[in-house]
Design a binder for this molecule. Sequence first.
Ligand SMILES: [Zn+2]
Ligand SMILES: [Zn+2]
Length: 154
Amino acid sequence: MDRDLVPFKKMIEDNGNKFTIQKRTILKTIMESSVHLNAKEIYEKVKGENIGLATVYRNLKEFQELGIVKELNVNGISYYEMKIFSKKPLHIHLKCYECDNIIDMDSSGIDIEYLKLNKMVEEKNNMEIFDIDIMFIGLCSRCKEERYGETNKV
Ligand SMILES: [Zn+2]
Ligand SMILES: [Zn+2]
């Protein structure tokens, strides 16, 4: 088995479930994707391995409950990305108004501000925050270029 998958195997088995070949395949698909996939898109990629859509939904739910994947809801559709052992665990998303893509923004350097915001909100409201989900809505660089042309690039 792929070394990358070892920690997930442990989490799933500790939770009393089997780490099936289907789960491995689905996790790998999410890990290797450079874009955020929804359940149907994941299914399209794994159906060749004899994995049904119901299995995809069921396994995604389990991954989400265990905190392995993160669900991003955009216009009523759930998209998935790795939540733990991800190369960029903390990042801000941009939803492009034009092409509907969800893009991971380069938030390096502002990560610390992110954590400060978390702390501030917690203290102000006397709550405990587990996760932050920030989604900006706007134009991605490609659509921005298409709309305004190359010259206006900042
Ligand atoms: Zn776009
Ligand atoms: Zn993301």
